[in-house]
Design a protein around this ligand. Structure first.
Ligand code: FAD
Length: 403
């Protein structure tokens, strides 16, 4: 093969093209992105960039000059609209490009609130891309009233930024507790307390019934418990959906995203997928991970397999979140845990270790990079220290790695 095209110039797409070159591939490489920017990192969009503490250039994964230096053709500002899988051709703008291998790294899109409950009113916003954040920046003025819908990581990070900037913040979470889908009650408790101490009006078990508007702009909210709020704008963080439209139209099989085999191949020959849009086999189902770590690792695995490595993807989940002065670092997947072991470290450090029986599954570390690093290495090595040893604050964590 001599010509690889990657559709979607985000975290995964950038990782595929870079890996092809570092592995010595000297054929044609094209990276196509619908956004007008070179590939950039999204995590700061709900953290330092939203806070106004980070320049746009620092978001870029690599300087624009990198792509020319590596002889990677960047095709920005237009989406790929169709793929002809038989002729191995795709359409972007008024151009037709042919490929030997094609990688879909089309990412995901935030779920919207239905128009029937006011989701299409002006001032109902989502944090997905750079342009979204640039457009909402003027609204982050001290004293403004914001309603955040959804107590997942993005909603909580946006709440932290808004509270730090002096906005009046109400956050509603329909489930019994924030982070219910992704974390143990102990971690939810920690972050609930943190937000309430910073003045966020955090309401759990309360959903949004509908938004109210005047002249097309949102001005209020009616919650599921009948209470009402006056708002200046609304931020929606209720999850994402993988971008599969292009793949589906091309006849690529979907299963919780663009379904791949263990090597990153889709159901259509010469088409691969990686990142938020792609699902891969794990424990008898097709799993998707929505994280930077997954986007990079899966993308690099696909690049290696395009070059013939025949290497199955071995996901090693990790994630992080910044809220106020707390850095949360997560390794592993806690699904199926039955016990949380709590470890308090030096100062205000804290970690929650997820066990299923005697097996360590995952760790949430709050301002405790050492616990995170040790927990991550233990999980990746399949090692499970005895629970009482972990909870004992006098245990030297690094010694656990040698055991
Ligand atoms: P993306 O980075 O979304 O890139 C996909 C690209 O494909 C987009 O630019 C899109 O416009 C483009 N595209 C789609 N369709 C087409 C088409 N037809 N033609 C051309 N281009 C197309 N993860 C963490 O691990 N830690 C965090 O703290 C964290 N924080 C986050 C905060 C925010 C606000 C957001 C939005 C995400 C966060 N994530 C975090 C998730 C992480 O950013 C994503 O998992 C990661 O970006 C996925 O990479 P990707 O390449 O699959 O998708």
């Amino acid at each position: 093969m001599s010509n690889v095209i990657v559709v979607g110039a985000g975290q995964a797409g950038a990782s595929v093209v870079a890996r092809l070159r570092t592995q010595g591939f000297d054929g044609d490489v094209t990276l196509i992105g619908e956004e007008p920017f070179p590939p950039y990192q999204r995590p700061p969009l709900s953290k330092a960039y939203l806070l106004g503490e980070m320049d746009r250039e620092r978001l870029y994964l690599r300087p624009e000059s990198y792509y020319a230096e590596q002889d990677i053709t960047l095709h920005l500002g237009a989406p790929v609209t169709a793929i002809d899988t038989v002729a191995r051709r795709l359409t972007v703008g008024d151009q037709t490009l042919t490929y030997d291998d094609l990688v879909l790294t089309t990412g995901s899109t935030p779920r919207r609130l239905p128009a029937a409950i006011g989701g299409d009113l002006d001032g109902v916003l989502m944090v997905r891309g750079l342009q979204d954040v640039d457009a909402m920046a003027p609204r982050f003025a001290a004293g403004a009233r914001v309603l955040i819908v959804g107590g997942g990581y993005i909603g909580l990070e946006a709440a932290a930024v808004a509270a730090k900037r002096g906005l009046q913040v109400t956050l509603v979470e329909m489930a019994d507790r924030i982070l219910q889908r992704v974390a143990a009650p102990q971690t939810s408790d920690f972050f609930r307390d943190l937000h309430m101490r910073h003045g966020v009006d955090l309401r759990e078990g309360v959903g949004l019934d509908h938004l109210t508007g005047e002249a097309g702009a949102v001005v209020g909210a009616v919650l599921s418990d009948g209470s009402t709020l006056n708002v200046d704008f609304v931020l929606v963080g209720v999850g994402i959906a993988p971008n599969t439209t292009l793949a589906e139209a091309a006849g690529v099989r979907l299963d919780n995203g663009i379904a791949t085999d263990a090597f990153g191949r889709t159901s259509v020959p010469h088409i691969w997928a990686a990142g938020d849009c792609a699902s891969f086999p794990r424990n008898g189902q097709h799993m998707r991970l929505e994280s930077v770590g997954n986007a990079i690792d899966q993308a690099e695995c696909v690049a290696d397999n395009i070059l013939g490595a025949e290497k199955p993807y071995d996901a090693k989940p990790w994630f992080w979140s910044d809220q106020y002065d707390v850095k949360l670092q997560i390794a592993g997947l806690g699904t199926g845990y039955d016990t949380i072991v709590v470890r308090t470290g030096d100062g205000d450090t804290l970690s929650h270790w997820y066990y299923a029986g005697d097996r360590l599954l995952a760790i949430d570390a709050m301002n405790d990079p050492r616990a995170y690093m040790v927990g991550k290495r233990l999980i990746e090595a399949g090692k499970s220290p005895v629970r009482a040893v972990v909870s004992d604050p006098t245990t030297d964590l690094k010694a656990l790695l040698k055991a």
